[in-house]
Write a protein of this length. Structure first.
Length: 198
């Protein structure tokens, strides 16, 4: 199936359809579960060259594609609120406002925009095939860097920003993007549904 220009149900809405009776409970449980996955994935370190990576971005990409735009944004906002409240959910088991105010804060804020963009593209059917899923994930990654790099420039000289905040992570981000682009279409094939609908 090619990317649809209409509206498609996100994966989670096919696996767990929303009903009037369970709407808010469902949204709360999914957002909480998604924020927990983001927190746990920050503890998974992969020894990749030139720098080790966590699986947080992979988790973000898959959650955004599976949840759709609004629920994905709510999940990221909940995750950030947990970190601001002092729960050690950020990479390195860090927490508190200092993390958002620090060098990585721009990337974390960029997660909100990336979640919306990837989720919105998934709602248009981009998560059904590898190529279109990869395109959605690439757009999300690009947005994260668009937020993250200018913020990082407050802490390092402009001529060092790309080497400090982009180049060392390209291999890891590329690998996570490919994994996410495989995971979502595979999930659709496993459930044998396209999920097209209002």
């Amino acid at each position: 199936m090619t990317a649809s220009h209409g509206s498609s149900l996100p994966l989670v809405s096919v696996l767990w359809p929303a009903q009037a009776a369970n709407r808010w409970l469902r949204l709360g449980l999914l957002a909480f579960a998604g924020s927990a996955v983001l927190a746990v994935s920050s503890k998974i370190n992969v020894p990749l060259w030139p720098v080790p990576i966590t699986m947080q971005t992979f988790a973000l990409l898959v959650i955004a594609g599976a949840f759709g735009s609004r629920l994905a944004v709510a999940t990221v906002l909940l995750f950030l609120a947990e970190g601001l409240a002092g729960l050690p959910v950020f990479a390195g088991a860090n927490a508190g406002p200092a993390v958002l105010a620090g060098p990585t804060g721009g990337y974390l804020i960029g997660w909100i925009a990336a979640a919306w963009i990837i989720g919105r593209l998934a709602e248009r059917g981009f998560d059904r095939r590898f190529a279109t899923t990869a395109l959605a994930m690439l757009a999300g990654n690009a947005v994260i860097y668009l937020f993250g790099l200018p913020w990082l420039a407050r802490f390092v000289p402009w001529d060092q920003v790309l080497m400090a905040g982009l180049v060392p992570f390209l291999i890891g981000d590329g690998a996570k993007l490919l994994l996410a682009a495989i995971a979502l279409p595979t999930a659709w094939r496993l459930i044998g549904r396209q999920g097209t609908g209002a």
